[in-house]
Design a protein around this ligand. Structure first.
Ligand SMILES: Nc1ncnc2c1ncn2[C@@H]1O[C@H](COP(=O)(O)OP(=O)(O)OP(=O)(O)O)[C@@H](O)[C@H]1O
Length: 302
C-alpha cells in the first residue's frame, strides 16, 4: 500500500444551476480517520464522489498523491469508495465479489474479508440481492475494510446496520487502522455514536466547508460547565449557551466559545467542573437553521 495525500483546492460542483459544493479546499493526510459530517443534502456524497472520481468538479482541482485522479490508472487503484449501493439486481454472491476484488484490486486481502464475513455473519454463497439490507451494508463495510487502499471512503454504509453491527464495524475500523494505517473517511450524520473514531473533522453545511480541524481542537471550541445551579448561571451569563440540563440543584450548561485560563481558575474556585462539548452538540449548533433553533434545542434537552 502506498501513502498518498489528498488535496481539494477551490472545488465547486454544480448540478445545472444548483451549486452543491462551494469553493471547498482542504487536505487529508495519511494515517488519519476523517469524519465528514453534514445534514441531509449538505453535499457529503457529492464531495466523496468527486474524491472517488465518479464525477469531475465544475471548478478547482483535486490531487491524490500529487496527481489528478480522474481516469488516472496509477491513482485509482489506491482509492476505494463504498456507499449504499443498490444491489436489487445483483445475483453474484459475496464470495464472488471477494474473488473479483482479489483479481482486480492490488491491496485486497481475501483472507481478512472471509474472516470479517464470519464475524459479521454474512452468508458467502447467497445471491447478494437475496441478502437483507443490513447484510448488504455489512458486505459494503467488509469490501472497504479488506481493500487496503491508501484512501478508503465509507459513505454512510453503516446506516442499514443495526446498532450491535455498527458497534462491531466501529471496533473493526479502529483495529484495522492500527494494523494498516491509511486515510479513512467516514461520512455520517450519526455523529454522537461515531465521533470517538475521528482524528479530524470536516463539517459541511449547505455546500460549504464550515469546519476543518483536528477533533480535539474542534470540540475545544465549546465547553460544558457543571455544578451548583446558581453558580453555573452566574458563570455562563453573557456566554453563548447551546443547551442546559438540570438534575436536582445541579446544572450543566453547554456553551459555544473557548473558556480561557482566567475563567478556568474562576470555575475551579467556584467548584464548577469544566468538561468538553460533544461534536454532536457543536454540529447541531453550527448547522442550525436560524428559525428552527429553538425547536432543535428543545429536542436535544434530555
Ligand atoms: N445528480 C444530481 N442532480 C441534481 N442535484 C443533485 C444531484 N445529486 C445531488 N444533488 C443535490 O445536491 C445537494 C447535495 O446532495 P448530496 O447527496 O451530496 O448530500 P448529502 O450530504 O450526501 O445528503 P444525505 O445525508 O441526505 O445523503 C442536495 O441538495 C441534492 O438534492
Amino acid at each position: 500500500m502506498m501513502n498518498l495525500d489528498v488535496v481539494f483546492s477551490g472545488i465547486s460542483l454544480k448540478y445545472g444551476d444548483f451549486e452543491a459544493l462551494k469553493d471547498i479546499s482542504f487536505s487529508l493526510m495519511p494515517g488519519k480517520i476523517y469524519g465528514l459530517v453534514g445534514r441531509n443534502g449538505a453535499g457529503k456524497t457529492s464531495l466523496l464522489s468527486l474524491m472517488a472520481s465518479f464525477r469531475t468538479p465544475s471548478q478547482g482541482f483535486i490531487k491524490i498523491g500529487g496527481e489528478e485522479p480522474f481516469e488516472n490508472s496509477r491513482v485509482m487503484p489506491q482509492v476505494s469508495f463504498v456507499y449504499d449501493s443498490d444491489y436489487s439486481v445483483e445475483e453474484w454472491s459475496a464470495m464472488g465479489y471477494f474473488e473479483f476484488a482479489q483479481l482486480y484490486r492490488p491491496d485486497f486481502d481475501l483472507e481478512y474479508a472471509k474472516k470479517l464475513a464470519k464475524r459479521f455473519k454474512l452468508p458467502l454463497d447467497k445471491p447478494i440481492n437475496k441478502l437483507s439490507k443490513g447484510m448488504q451494508s455489512s458486505l459494503n463495510a467488509i469490501l472497504g475494510l479488506a481493500n487496503r487502499s491508501a484512501l478508503t471512503i465509507f459513505d454512510e454504509v453503516y446506516l442499514g446496520m443495526d446498532a450491535p453491527t455498527r458497534e462491531q464495524f466501529y471496533n473493526e475500523v479502529i483495529e484495522e487502522q492500527s494494523r494498516n494505517p491509511r486515510i479513512m473517511i467516514l461520512s455520517t450524520h450519526l455523529v454522537s455514536e461515531m465521533e470517538y473514531l475521528f482524528d479530524h473533522v470536516l463539517i459541511l453545511d449547505k455546500g460549504s466547508l464550515i469546519v476543518d480541524g483536528p477533533y480535539d481542537e474542534v470540540v475545544s471550541r465549546g465547553a460544558s460547565i457543571t455544578g451548583n445551579e446558581v453558580k453555573v448561571d452566574r458563570f455562563v451569563k453573557g456566554m453563548n449557551v447551546l443547551r442546559t440540563q438540570k438534575l436536582g440543584n445541579t446544572k450543566s450548561a453547554t456553551v459555544y466559545g473557548e473558556i480561557d485560563e482566567k475563567e478556568r481558575m474562576e470555575a475551579q474556585k467556584q467548584g464548577l467542573e469544566i468538561g468538553s462539548v460533544s461534536l454532536q452538540d457543536l454540529f447541531i449548533y453550527l448547522t442550525k437553521e436560524e428559525d428552527s433553533y429553538e425547536s432543535t434545542n428543545q429536542l436535544h434537552k434530555r
